[in-house]
Write a protein that binds this ligand. Structure first.
Ligand SMILES: [Zn+2]
Length: 315
């Protein structure tokens, strides 16, 4: 049995997963970002509760994998950089060893973790070389080559969210750069575009009231599925940008597949055709075809990824 803790900026998932990727118990809490050590202690208590619920002891856990929201030094077990004051430069692995009494504690950033999860609890039978992408509030990426995560010189390999995809009318990105993939095709970017279109087009605006949904990327996908042209245009535009960004990834490391998770990933079917059309125009033919597919892990990908850290780090 594997312990898994997925600490996100808003929510934290805590669970116990078996070796086949079945979630045996699970708790979810709103992340308290005031003090990391306090939060780790609460996570440990939750993990103990999860264990109790399935009549197992903490000692029965093979190890615990932890996803952290920021830049992670996996070798030294540190959270290096994070947007919450008091969370940076913290020796998470050491703290958790003391709290849990468990020796095998592993940390990773959440996107790397999802890619590792896919190698154990997802499409591992089909692909050993792939680019994993989270398309959600932001866009993150991780590269797996011959079943090995590529980390890069200081752990930042695969940062596909910040490749430039628009030079003529570049939007400002959260990273401070302009024209980044994240600024043009993330859930946030799509929602911004939907809000803008709704403001300019009262008929389009009224459709959201009609389906009793707030105006955002998710409800826009619902309208696109119903055949609304404006909603579809918004997704096709995002697909063009995704195609450009993915194209760089394919050209650089020749994956078999691009596996996509995150909220916008759930609307991948609306965009696959356009993404493939862009790839056909921008990527050398010898690198194609590449499968563009949603993750097999679904909504629990990050938690499964955290559990998979225990397996990956022992192989
Ligand atoms: Zn950026």
């Amino acid at each position: 049995m594997l312990g898994a803790i997925d600490i996100g900026g808003t929510k934290t998932g805590i669970g116990i997963v078996d070796a086949e990727g079945k979630i045996l118990s699970y708790h979810q809490r709103t992340t308290d970002t005031s003090e990391l050590s306090t939060w780790l202690r609460i996570c440990t208590e939750q993990l103990e509760d999860c264990a109790r619920e399935i009549n197992c002891r903490m000692e029965d856990l093979e190890g615990v994998g932890i996803n952290l929201p920021g830049m992670v030094d996996t070798n030294r077990g540190l959270l290096l950089a994070c947007s919450y004051p008091g969370w940076t430069q913290k020796p998470v692995v050491r703290i958790m060893k003391e709290l849990t009494g468990i020796e095998k504690i592993y940390v990773e950033n959440d996107v790397n973790s999802c890619a590792i999860g896919e190698m154990y609890f997802g499409l591992q039978e089909k692909y050993k070389d792939f680019l994993w992408m989270t398309v959600s509030t932001g866009i993150g990426g991780a590269m797996v080559s011959n079943r090995q995560l590529i980390r890069g010189a200081w752990g930042c390999a695969g940062e596909i969210g910040h490749v430039k995809v628009e030079y003529n009318d570049p939007k400002l990105c959260a990273c401070g750069g302009k024209g980044c993939l994240e600024a043009h095709a993330s859930g946030t970017a799509i929602t911004n575009e939907v809000l803008l279109r709704a403001k300019l087009d009262s008929e389009f605006n009224a459709l959201f009231e009609g389906i009793h949904e707030p105006i955002n990327a998710k409800s826009c996908a619902m309208l696109a599925r119903e055949g609304n042209q404006t909603a579809n245009e918004i997704y096709q535009r995002a697909a063009v940008y995704l195609g450009r960004g993915i194209g760089y990834g394919i050209s650089l490391f020749n994956p078999q597949a691009v596996i996509i998770g995150g909220g916008v990933g759930m609307s991948l079917d609306l965009m696959t055709e356009e993404i493939e059309a862009v790839l056909a125009n921008t990527v050398n033919k010898s690198l194609l075809p590449v499968d563009i597919v949603p993750t097999k892990m679904g909504y629990m990908g990050a938690l499964l990824g955290a559990a998979a850290l225990v397996l990956y780090n022992q192989k």
